[in-house]
Design a protein around this ligand. Structure first.
Ligand SMILES: *Cc1c(COP(=O)(O)O)cnc(C)c1O
Length: 361
């Protein structure tokens, strides 16, 4: 056997591996463990969705509709956008990767806030482009002033994560519009709105308002969070035709399964149930934040289905204490912990851990 190894691209050296939220194992005494580490929806798929998905499995010997026609028609009607402004992908992470692939390569730059969604550095490095990470403000939000200044002649794409994962802080209309007015039209601005359905602040703009008269703005949405279809890997982008066409070129052929397409359509048709569930999670979010504030914590208001505790070097201890109590959260070593809003019982367990932890600080 030859000693030689296949030559892999230098760009892959040192890429951080995406760390999925740890699964929840049962605790030692057999009490159930809750997974609050991946911002998943604690509710099962919406009414009617499983039936559609099951029906679609009857044709698993066939390739899916490559054009995702039924899904795009449903999305076009639901969001009042032309079909040619839409593209689907294997989750919005898949689409984000296609957008970087479509715009940036070696020598180019991708600008984003940090800390933000951990997929951004990975997909940027895979493309061979350089990441330009702009630190968050004191309030755990995007520093749009500094981000605008970070845009140079080498910048090809800017990610704006609104609300921001993992802090939950959201940008408001006026500041975001001012930023978009400053970014040159040849730079693609991607508004990653994975948590849009959970936004309640009326001043936080819907990216679909902002993209319409801005050819360099693209909006990303997903069925993974509010819609509860994380396991099916389906998301979509709304963008002007040249960008949407680039997304069709860079898509993995037949990437979105028929099960995912049909489940997405059924989910869009179950809007009343969706709003009810999202409403319940938003109420839980408020309840949990109030309780944490009462315990003496500083918690930035979250517009998403999670909250953020900046714990610095106590991060790992807090995550371990949660685990002991039967809840898996998402620690970012040395920075803080992101906790998904889950079932009320799970949230209560976290509150109990937080209270004890607070007393020891
Ligand atoms: C969860 C998440 C996504 C969506 O991921 P999918 O690939 O659609 O499951 C995208 N962006 C951010 C910021 C997220 O937190």
């Amino acid at each position: 056997m030859s000693e030689q190894q296949p030559r892999l691209r230098k760009a892959l050296d040192g890429i951080p591996t995406y760390r999925p939220g740890r699964p929840a194992a049962a605790t030692a005494d057999g009490t159930p463990a809750y997974k609050l580490s991946s911002n998943e929806n604690p509710y099962p798929p919406l009414p009617g969705v499983l039936e559609q998905a099951l029906t679609a499995t009857g044709a698993l010997n066939r390739y899916p509709d490559m054009g995702c026609t039924a899904m795009l028609e449903e999305l076009a009607a639901r969001f009042d956008v032309p079909m040619e402004h839409l593209a689907t992908g294997t989750g919005s992470v898949g689409i984000a990767q296609q957008l970087v692939q479509s715009t940036a390569g070696p020598g180019d730059e991708v600008v984003y806030a940090w800390r933000s969604f951990e997929a951004y550095p990975i997909i940027t490095q895979i493309s061979g482009a350089d990441s330009v990470q702009v630190p968050l403000t004191k309030d755990e939000g995007h520093d749009l002033e500094a981000m605008a200044e970070a845009v140079t002649g080498r910048t090809r794409l800017v990610f704006v994560c609104n609300p921001n994962n993992p802090t939950g802080a959201a940008l408001r209309r006026a500041e975001l519009e001012r930023f978009l007015d400053r970014v040159p039209g040849e730079v693609l601005v991607v508004l990653d709105e994975a948590y849009r359905e959970f936004v309640r602040d009326p001043e936080v703009p819907d990216g679909l308002e902002l993209y319409r008269d801005r050819p360099n703005v693209c909006v990303l949405r997903t069925f993974s969070k509010a819609y509860g279809l994380a396991g099916l890997r389906v998301g979509f982008a709304v963008a002007h035709p040249p960008v949407a066409a680039a997304l069709r070129k860079t898509a993995v052929p037949f990437g979105v399964s028929q099960v995912a397409q049909d489940a997405a359509v059924a989910s869009l048709r179950a809007e009343a149930a969706l709003l009810e569930r999202v409403g319940a999670l938003v109420e839980e979010r408020a309840r949990v934040r109030e309780a944490l504030l009462a315990q003496g914590w500083t918690v930035v208001p979250s517009q998403a289905n999670f909250f953020w505790l900046r714990l610095g070097d106590r991060t790992a201890d807090f995550a371990a204490a949660c685990e002991e109590a039967g809840v898996v959260v998402r620690p970012f070593a040395g920075e803080g912990v992101r906790v998904t809003i889950g079932e009320p019982e799970a949230n209560d367990l976290v509150l109990r851990v937080a209270e004890k932890f607070r007393e020891q600080l």
